[in-house]
Design a protein around this ligand. Sequence first.
Ligand code: NAP
Length: 523
Amino acid sequence: MYTKVAVPINASTVPGVLEQVGLGLASGAGVLEWRSDYLEGLTAELADQVIRQIQGKMGSKAELLVTCRDAREGGAKAVKLAARVAVLTRAAACGARYIDIEYVNYQKSQVKGAIDQALKEASQCRLILSAHDFDSPFEDIRALYKAMQRINPKAIAKMVFTPYHINDCFEAFDVLHTAHSDVIVLCMGQAGQMSRILAPKLGGFLTFASLDKAHSTAPGQMTVQEYRDLYRPESMTADTELFGVIADPVGHSMSPAIHNACFAKLGMNKRYLPLLVSDDFTGLTAFLDNLCARPWMHARGFSVTLPHKHNALDYTRARKGHIEPLAETIGAANTLILDPVTSRPSAYNTDYAGALDAICQGLKIDRAGLAGKRVAVAGAGGVSRAIVAGLTDAGASVCIYNRTVERGQHLAEAFGCDYAGLDALDGMAADLLVNGTSVGMSPDVETMPVPEASLHANMAVFDTVYNPLETRLLRVARARGCPVVDGLAMFVGQAMAQFKLFTGQAGDPDLMREVVITQLRGR
Ligand code: NAP
């Protein structure tokens, strides 16, 4: 069964409704949901006229779903139940393909009687029975589904709730996976976004996407263009493989854009999702175990970032998986791969590899060429740690300069390096300067971690900051004749290494770079 993408039409005036219908058709949506509760002065007679105009515009290009939502379940305003039922029965008589009424109201005998009679007289029309909880998961979603089926076996059950945690979505996925009838289960908010994106894989009857951000009708609803461009719902199948970035927060991540662009270019039946996993180690463990317990989710690999880079190692150890030696030394993994048969995890760190590849490409040397190079690393945070591990592993001679000297000392001692305060950078003697601090990052774009005078033409400069693409440090260094390497090269390098781990194939670095630049411009 093919999952339809429904676009809500939620204007308050008739011309507004018709304009949105035009935009909805242009977006290629399979279903337009007219949310009649948004229309000012709504009556059954007005609904009749509007539906006829909508249908005149739509022809057979899309199907019409008419909803007049109860304010207690997210409706735009309070409309009396009898008036809402009159709108829906009129919609069925006017040729709507679907009408949607709340399960709680359908249980009332006079409502059920009127709706059932209207459906009997309009054989083209199907009923969607819906239940919404904007605050929490349903107490027992399976029981709710069964009750909906019992009251009307022909109806499409629609259950929408807000998960507290991404792990609350799995019960919903189980309902979808085991349902023997048409069903819609969606989880709201960032933690539930997976349910919206994966509806075609999991067999949901409908998923919803908005015309644009301003016309979203539920938390977490993406725009139809974003959904189409990023996630290719039309070609998703039950065996689509699942990848993603595990983080908290995750909304800002550019990784879904770059990995999905490469999957699409190579025609791979894989999708990469933003996955908001909170609650630290317990949350991460439950999430991965939930996926592994459901082989039909086809979970294959993940990027891992804050706050889970260390947790990913602990999880891999706990499940007796494989840890790349340098990831162990760094104390952080940014990539997890799950074996497709055993679900056994493997943990890697591609940050160091991305940084070393960026440096080597920029300086036109191979990794062996790093041996003996004098490198000044500004910073002692997570990124600097990965870079210092990679550089020392390659035989470079590293000195760490950090604002908080003890933190720099700690890192230096772990990898046998020298250390000093950030102010000592002024007199450094180095072949390569690496900025691993956040200094120079947007919005503080005029700051730089070293005095201008300390840069000289014999020194290469690598800035890990990639927003902006050309930091002040790189601008000044370039003007002084230094070879420069930007942070985007590292970002693309670590993503390329992940893509190889995910798929066994090479990604497209030019496409990845282009995608990140487009994303940065949109911010
Ligand atoms: P982190 O663990 O929070 O470390 C931040 C580092 O920046 C610390 O060394 C900190 O010094 C230093 N710092 C912060 N503000 C400073 C200031 N005003 N003056 C001097 N030093 C300052 O962060 P991280 O994860 O290592 O990330 C650092 C940067 O790397 C990010 O801002 C980002 O731009 C970049 N990054 C790049 C990539 C890529 O792929 N290119 C990926 C991730 C991150 P203290 O120890 O004294 O606090």
